[in-house]
Ligand binder design. Structure first.
Ligand SMILES: Nc1ncnc2c1ncn2[C@@H]1O[C@H](COP(=O)(O)OP(=O)(O)O)[C@@H](O)[C@H]1O
Ligand SMILES: [Mg+2]
Length: 242
């Protein structure tokens, strides 16, 4: 099944500014960002260190709030949510994948994924198993993180992020700690999730080759959107070269 990009706006930045006070000075992490992301898009965000990439993900993920402007996600203005509402928002709308996989070392792959489901129900285990099968780890359910390679650990982290079926996946340098082939395999899994489940994926990287697998690439510079590029024929992850 191919779900693909449909016409619905899922994330809208409307003149968003994010300023961090730093002693006497202010750091303008994001300035006047206007940007609309469609449901089902695979977006790559590029930019040098300090350009505001992580800040952008943190705002979308409800880990931080805008200083001014509006940020609308799935029809909801999240700039006005209180702490409790933001927690709820994160739980239902967002899956996170980080550079360092952040797995719990004392839990098996299956338990790490189950843990993300929070509420235990009769089919918790089944759902966790299904997510691990989706990332190609159906045979490694009972392995602990220390028994898995870096790429496998990152795939467990992806399973953990998708197990609740959130509409948006946020990935901050997900291949930063992985070697070339392993990194591409992890990207392939993300591409499959985007294509088969239609989840909107926003992936931050400083590797510009990864942009070629996106639908659209956004380049940040000094907290501003410097460039937005539509990719005509997104490449398969395995075709990427860097
Ligand atoms: N919590 C914070 N407090 C103060 N400054 C911050 C904070 N988080 C990020 N910044 C600053 O905001 C800018 C953008 O940071 P960030 O979004 O992490 O960039 P990137 O992910 O592109 O490297 C940088 O100048 C950074 O130092
Ligand atoms: Mg960053």
């Amino acid at each position: 099944m191919t779900v693909g990009v449909n016409g619905r706006d899922i994330i809208v930045f409307d003149k968003v500014n994010k300023i961090y006070p730093l002693g006497e000075v202010e750091v303008k992490a994001l300035q006047d960002v206007d940007l609309t992301i469609k449901e089902g898009e695979f977006i790559v965000i590029l930019g040098p260190s300090g350009s505001g990439k992580t800040t952008m993900l943190n705002l979308i993920g409800g880990m931080d709030t805008v200083t001014s402007g509006r940020l609308v996600v799935n029809g909801m203005d999240i700039s006005g949510l209180d702490v409790k509402q933001l927690t709820d928002y994160r739980r239902t709308q967002i899956g996170f994948i980080f550079q360092f996989f952040n797995l719990i070392p004392t839990l098996t792959a299956l338990e790490n994924v189950e843990f993300a489901l929070e509420l235990v129900s009769p089919n918790t285990r089944g759902k966790a198993r299904e997510a691990l099968e989706m990332v190609g780890l159906g045979k490694r359910l009972d392995h602990f993180p220390s028994q898995l390679s870096g790429g496998e650990q990152q795939r467990v982290a992806i399973a953990r992020a998708i197990v609740k079926d959130p509409p948006i996946l946020l990935c901050d340098e997900p291949t930063g700690e992985l070697d070339y082939e392993t990194g591409k395999n992890v990207l392939k899994v993300m591409q499959e999730i985007n294509r088969e489940k239609g989840q909107t994926i926003i992936l931050v990287t400083h590797n510009s080759a990864i942009a070629e697998m996106s639908h659209r690439t956004i380049r940040l510079h000094s907290g501003r959107v410097a460039e937005v590029v539509e990719v005509e024929n997104p490449k398969d992850a395995m075709e990427l070269v860097w």
